[in-house]
Design a protein around this ligand. Structure first.
Ligand code: HEM
Length: 530
């Protein structure tokens, strides 16, 4: 064709070796610049297959972003086991195969994320960070879906939509408002530990490579004999931990909203492969009435002197994504994705999370999200009788008798896996169905200990951040927050109170919130307010 009106259509010979464009049916596209029209000035016709396909596919290029953790970045690498927990063989605690032999490698995908902002929001925001790891083990996938702060705002999954609504923009004006955030937090004393972390410099990690990760919820390990222990997971970056102040963050985001993604990509592509060590705290399985907290409470950390974290392996990231959408937008993690030797605890957040992840992924990605390459259990044999549904393509083709999509059968379909010789683990449980808070809430002690561990400049930063934001709230919210902070640590309450013009005697008339349990220490502090 030599028609000059086909502006931009490459015609020179240097393009002759390049593969030709087709539509998705494999038909060659001879003209990608002009629609088919009646005459050069239109009108257009409806049988424009190439044009209609191109536009209608474009119209559907976005899937819903994650309801939380929408902005993130994925990288790939491996986990290498040490085969031990401290000086002991790890098999004493877990039979999970990936941990057993020193030097054993398992492929991983990791997605780091912020929580509240949308898909293109700033990575320098004050916000918890997600740290989700998918281990592609020979026993199927294991997902460890954690954050960088070690604790969480709430301890019961039924409150998750509320805490996220308070943190997300106002549904009327779409502004993120401190007044809404602290309105909710002021009525949620279990959030104090998380707030002390989040509003200190730790709340804005410098980037993803210099960030810790924590499983946060309590899980179990199960050994060959069916014996169980409670565990908490920690990722420690070999690169060290770095954070930013508000001022640092403002400077970074003035130039680049995605600095942490860029940093990760540049490091990995430049051969500077980031590494984290996985450490695990172990506690005897049980209620532990001797502790001043409940081991299943995700607003608490376990004291490291009593429950020393011990290294069990290391993880190296050495590959970035080939396609951001396929491997970052469509990757799907969930707390229910465990392998033999790893198990749930009764942590009331964990059960709620376990439902929520696959539920949202069926909506966000589609019911066959587990057939996508990044989500497949690629190092295990997957053979199910689940078939069909939107976008299904792997309909049992790997089964020897794909026509038998039911079980039991004597005609050669899939059978149940041979019994492993160990029963479901777990204690006998008896109790009334009820709706009750856990008895040992102890909402202030660890928040106060955390405050005292901060360096002076970090405490100044924390107080400054609280005063700046809480001054934008209604007076009753300000008073309640000062009341909580006085119970967390006198110094924190006095300093935030001073910044807001609220003294302890101004809040001494406030009693505990409805249903709130106070410790003897909390009561002593309350008595001293007036
Ligand atoms: C993502 C729910 C608590 C870490 C998500 C998503 C949902 C969700 C619906 C989006 C998943 C997707 O679209 O693929 C919940 C609920 C919680 C809870 C209901 C409490 C009951 C937590 C906690 C942590 C956490 C305590 C940290 C320990 C993450 C991470 C992601 C995520 C890292 C992003 C995963 C990714 O990169 O794809 N959560 N979450 N969540 N959540 Fe939670």
């Amino acid at each position: 064709m030599t028609d000059d009106s086909r502006m931009g259509s490459p015609t020179d010979d240097s393009n002759a070796d390049r593969p030709a464009l087709t539509d998705r049916q494999g038909h060659p596209v001879y003209d990608n610049q002009n629609q088919r029209t009646v005459g050069a000035r239109g009108p257009a016709t409806l049988e424009n297959y190439h044009f209609l396909e191109k536009i209608s596919h474009f119209d559907r290029e976005r899937i819903p972003e994650r309801v939380v953790h929408a902005r993130g970045v994925t990288a790939f690498g491996h986990f290498e086991a040490y085969g031990k927990w401290g000086d002991e063989p790890i098999s004493r605690y877990t039979r999970a195969k990936l941990f057993q032999e020193a030097g054993k490698r398992t492929d991983v995908a990791v997605r780091f994320s912020t929580v509240i902002g949308g898909r293109d929001s700033s990575e320098a925001a004050r916000d918890p960070r997600g740290f989700a790891v998918k281990f592609y083990t020979e026993d199927g996938n294991w997902d460890l879906v954690g954050n960088n702060l070690g604790v969480f705002f709430i301890r019961d999954a039924v409150k998750f939509p509320d805490v996220i609504h308070a943190l997300k923009p106002d549904p009327v004006s779409h502004e993120q408002k401190p007044a809404r955030i602290f309105d909710f937090m002021s009525q949620t004393p279990e959030s104090m530990h998380m707030l002390v972390n989040l509003f200190s410099p730790r709340g804005i990690p410098a980037d993803y490579r210099h960030m810790q990760g924590f499983g946060v919820n309590t899980y179990k390990w199960v050994n060959e004999a069916g014996g169980t222990v409670l565990v908490k997971y920690h990722w420690m970056p070999k690169q060290g931990v770095r954070s930013m102040t508000e001022e640092d963050a403002a400077n970074v985001q003035a130039g680049e909203l995605g600095h942490a993604t860029k940093d990760l990509y540049e490091a990995i592509r430049g051969g500077d492969h980031p590494e984290w060590e996985l450490l695990v705290q172990v506690m005897e399985d049980g209620e532990h009435p001797e502790l001043d907290f409940d081991p299943l409470d995700d607003t608490k950390t376990w004291p490291e002197q009593e429950f020393p974290p011990k290294p069990v392996g290391r993880m190296v990231l050495d590959r970035t994504v080939d396609n951001y959408f396929a491997e970052n937008e469509q990757i799907a993690f969930g707390t229910g994705v465990l392998v033999d030797g790893l198990d749930f605890s009764d942590d009331k957040m964990l059960v709620g999370r376990t439902f929520s992840y696959s539920d949202t992924q069926r909506y966000r990605v589609g019911p066959n999200y587990l057939q996508l390459p990044v989500n497949q259990a690629k190092n295990a044999d997957v053979r199910t009788n689940q078939r069909d549904g939107a976008m299904a393509y792997d309909n049992g083709a790997r089964n020897a008798n794909p026509e038998v999509n039911y079980e039991p059968s004597i005609t050669g379909g899939l059978r149940e896996a041979p019994y492993p010789g160990h029963d479901e683990q777990g204690p006998e449980i008896q109790g009334r169905l009820t709706r009750k808070r856990i008895p040992r809430t102890n909402d202030y002690l660890q928040a106060g200990q955390r405050y005292l561990l901060l360096e002076d400049w970090e405490r100044d930063d924390l107080v400054h951040n609280f005063v700046t934001l809480i001054s934008q709230c209604d007076r009753p919210v300000q008073e309640r927050m000062v009341w909580h902070f006085l119970l967390v640590e006198n110094d924190l309450g006095l300093r935030v109170g001073e910044g807001l013009g609220i003294s302890p005697s101004d809040v001494s008339h406030l009693g505990p919130l409805d249903g709130q349990t106070l410790t003897d220490e909390d009561r002593k502090r309350l008595d001293n307010l007036g």
